[in-house]
Design a protein around this ligand. Structure first.
Ligand SMILES: O=C(CO)COP(=O)(O)O
Length: 249
């Protein structure tokens, strides 16, 4: 059976063909990773990255897809096209997409349904802003995002949930362990009855995860891995996070 825990890298709008050398370094550092390893580069790099990965156990994913299978949608990419290019995953509903492109929960759910139809695992992102946390609305916000963003037919096999507090992304700030544990426990409860095999859905934490704080975060109950931005760009950094997840068992 494949390892259940997941170390996922989100390169965002970073990287070029030369950056694919990081894949070689990662594969060398983790010839047989004890957790699942995923990198989501910009769409243009999905196919060359998949080629670079070769037979190594590193999965490749997209960072967004359109809700439709094909058609007159200039500049967009379908889930089937990502799959065709070698992707096995797609990140959906990242807070940067929600902010920059006005993506709503309903749009994220439609994209996730398209991803499932194309055979991709959807990594659905949720998370509160700092103002929402300060107002005591965190669980209400996360509950509403989960209710609206997860499509019918979601299961532990085709869906991963990433909790990414907006205020922790790229800031070097992270929630306390208790705050992460509270949200992850809440999410596990919310998935019950709504997502198939909900106890096995991978729940990732994302937001300023680094080699130096990864072990502490992975020791928190119901944290099944991480969605990593900046620290996924260099193999040396991402490797430290993968090692921490492997050690967490
Ligand atoms: O948004 C993130 C991953 O999707 C987190 O980004 P950072 O790890 O750079 O904070």
């Amino acid at each position: 059976m494949a390892p259940r825990k997941l170390a996922a890298g989100n390169w965002k709008m970073n990287g070029d063909l030369a950056a694919l050398a990081e894949i070689d370094a990662l594969a060398e550092a983790h010839p047989e990773p004890g957790c699942e390893v995923l990198i989501c580069p910009p769409a243009l790099l999905v196919h060359p990255m998949k080629g670079r990965v070769g037979a190594h156990a590193i999965a490749v994913g997209g960072q967004d897809c359109h809700a439709r299978a094909s058609g007159a949608h200039t500049g967009d990419i379908s889930a089937a096209q990502l799959k065709d290019a070698g992707a096995d995953y797609v990140i959906l509903g990242h807070s940067e997409r929600r902010a920059d492109h006005g993506e709503t929960d309903a749009m994220v759910a439609a994209k996730a349904a398209a991803a499932h139809a194309a055979g991709l695992v959807a990594v659905i992102c949720v998370g509160e802003t700092e103002a929402q946390r300060d107002a005591g609305e965190t669980l209400a916000v996360i509950g509403a995002q989960l209710a609206g963003s997860i499509p019918a037919g979601a299961t532990a096999a085709n869906t991963v949930i990433a909790y990414e507090p907006v205020w922790a992304i790229g800031t070097g700030r992270t929630p306390t362990n208790d705050q992460i544990a509270e949200v992850h426990g809440f999410m596990r409860d919310q998935l019950g009855g709504r997502v198939g095999d909900s106890g096995n859905v991978r729940l990732l934490y994302g937001g300023s995860v680094k080699p130096g704080n990864a072990a502490e975060i992975f020791a928190i109950g119901d944290v099944d891995g991480a969605l990593v931005g900046g620290a996924s760009l260099k193999a040396a950094d991402f490797s430290g996070i993968i090692a921490a997840l492997e050690a967490a068992g």
